[in-house]
Ligand binder design. Sequence first.
Ligand SMILES: [Zn+2]
Length: 239
Amino acid sequence: MPAHWGELTGKAFEGIKKDVAILPVGTVERHGNHLPLGTDYIIPEYLAARVAETLGEGAVIMPTIPYGVSTSLSHLPGTIDVGYDAFMAYVEAVLKEVARNGFRAALVINGHGGNTKALHIVAKRVAFETGMKVGVVDWWADVAQEVRERLFTAPGHAGEDETAAVLAIRPDLVDMGSAEEGPSYTKVRVRFYDREATKELFAKGVTGDPRRADAERGREFLDAVVKEIVEGVREALTR
Ligand SMILES: [Zn+2]
């Protein structure tokens, strides 16, 4: 059984090997009408447990940070957007405490695209200020991308890939009868932040097509994600 930071006694904590603390980070945000509002922390929590289990001794699962930067979907009911300043300050403080507690490395498993830029700024800052290695991985975008492309034709926010992942982890929280297709992202060469266009894109909080999702492909994708995250952590720890 992997160690959970919040479930260890102080005495047990003092005695364990401290290679990598794994921090699941997400947001509370609308994911169409079919996925739970906690989708973006439910998936990282699951991945953190599996990654820690595979790594074995020296890996510690941290209590989750569930609130994040949800600017793009802040117009929809159910979303909680804490904004960049609060989010960055909070994550930075938590990671610095991980360093003070003597870990060689921390890994943030991120479940939400709106957090990504902030997490990378904070991770680099903490790494350079403390000397602890700090990793950030967007589970759906940074690892197992060949598998993702092979398995899913309509991925997206609350789309086929994310819906498949929740179907694999917590099918009891998914209402497939309410799944609706959303628009797909169009790639642009010059990125403009555009409030009205964003509201239009996320009118229902869905991009891609969740109706095509199933648990089996969700499991296959998640297995590949776990494998590649573990490889990345092992590589970092050998340096
Ligand atoms: Zn999501």
